[in-house]
Design a protein around this ligand. Structure first.
Ligand code: AHM
Ligand code: MG
Length: 324
């Protein structure tokens, strides 16, 4: 079963079953193939390293960040029904069309997740979220995660994978490079209720908010049923592993970053939706990530995502020791 066949087959099940969401998701598959091909050839094509610029987040921009961003913008300009695109790499939303009768969606993306892995040929990803758009751009962008029409990620690992949900479960496809198609590997991914993986940057442990420290100390102290630490530097890769084996990823607020590191609209909310659709959850510690009303396009939030058991324990740690 290829991605395009599956999308057509499932079209009537999509909440917005006009066939147009299918076009957006199908185009994401094309984007995935193009970026994947550049990622695989990045050493040969001289795509490693920085451009010399800094983005709105204050982070140094890499060549592949920009190339991937351009691929996404061009792809959705072509589709016609995407009115605008919001990206980690662009200060402001890029308006693609102003044909009010045709625009149906806004696409929000992190073109390259785990940029620091790029130059050492380790796993990276792309994250996307699709919002409905009825002509009011700001309203369309600043929607709660619960309002997402679809979301997903692409993982450039040992294989290239595309995982998405259109609120009808989580579907996973692997790129067959010989035929140039995404082929289904899991029709419905379900996450274990409780897992074995703990994924966080423990180099920051002493800076974390106290509840996150308490939570991780308690988990690690469980000698009878120990957890395994897995932290790749790419959230997509860590979440993908947790989807299969269960556990928790967290990037909490700390004394340098009071709102954490990760961006709500194009990193946290789309992956929170994937986790929830797979039977897991996501929280800031205090609030369900999917329920947060965004205030700005590059807003950051403390983020934990994973199996229900660990997410509940994380929230309990925040209730026991509020951060104020
Ligand atoms: P990026 O989109 O700039 O790559 O940042 C997001 C990434 C996540 O994929 C990863 O989990 C985290 O930042 C790693 O940050 P750190 O190096 O601080 O642990
Ligand atoms: Mg990024």
């Amino acid at each position: 079963m290829t991605l395009d066949r599956f999308l057509v087959r499932n079209q009537p099940e999509h909440p917005e079953a006009s066939g147009e969401l299918t076009r957006v998701l199908d185009q994401m598959g094309t984007v995935a193939k193009i970026i994947s091909s550049h990622v695989r050839r990045s050493s040969l094509e001289g795509l490693k390293g920085f451009t010399g610029d800094t983005n709105i987040q204050g982070e140094k921009v890499k060549k592949l960040d920009i190339l991937s961003n351009d691929v996404l913008v061009e792809a959705f300009e072509y589709v016609g029904i995407v009115g605008a695109i919001v990206s980690e790499e662009m200060d402001e939303p890029r308006v693609l069309h102003s044909d009010k009768d045709r625009e149906k969606y806004v696409v929000l993306v992190d073109p390259i997740d785990g940029s620091s892995n790029l130059d050492v040929d380790c796993v990276i990803g792309s994250i996307f979220s699709v919002h409905a758009f009825d002509g009011d751009l700001e309203k369309a962008i600043l929607q709660k995660g619960t309002k997402q029409v679809a979301s997903g990620y692409i993982m450039y690992g040992t294989s290239t994978l595309l995982v998405y949900s259109a609120k009808d479960g989580v579907h996973s496809f692997v790129l067959d490079e010989e035929i140039g198609e995404f082929v289904m590997d899991h029709e419905t991914l379900r996450m274990p209720r409780r897992g074995k993986i703990i994924s966080a940057n423990f180099g920051n442990r002493d800076r974390w908010a106290q509840p996150a420290r308490n939570f991780s100390d308690a988990l690690i102290a469980n000698e009878s049923d120990p957890y395994s630490l897995r932290y790749s530097g790419a959230l997509v890769a860590d979440l993908h592993q947790i989807l299969h084996h269960g556990g928790i990823y967290f990037y909490p607020e700390d004394d340098r970053r009071p709102s954490g590191k990760l961006r709500l609209l194009y990193e946290c909310a789309p992956l929170a939706m994937i986790a929830e659709e797979a039977g897991g959850g996501s929280t800031t510690g205090k609030d369900r990530v999917m329920g947060i009303s965004p205030q700005s396009i590059h807003q950051r939030v403390p983020f934990a995502v994973g199996s229900l058991y660990e997410i509940e324990a994380y929230e309990k740690a925040y209730k026991t020791e509020p951060t104020g």
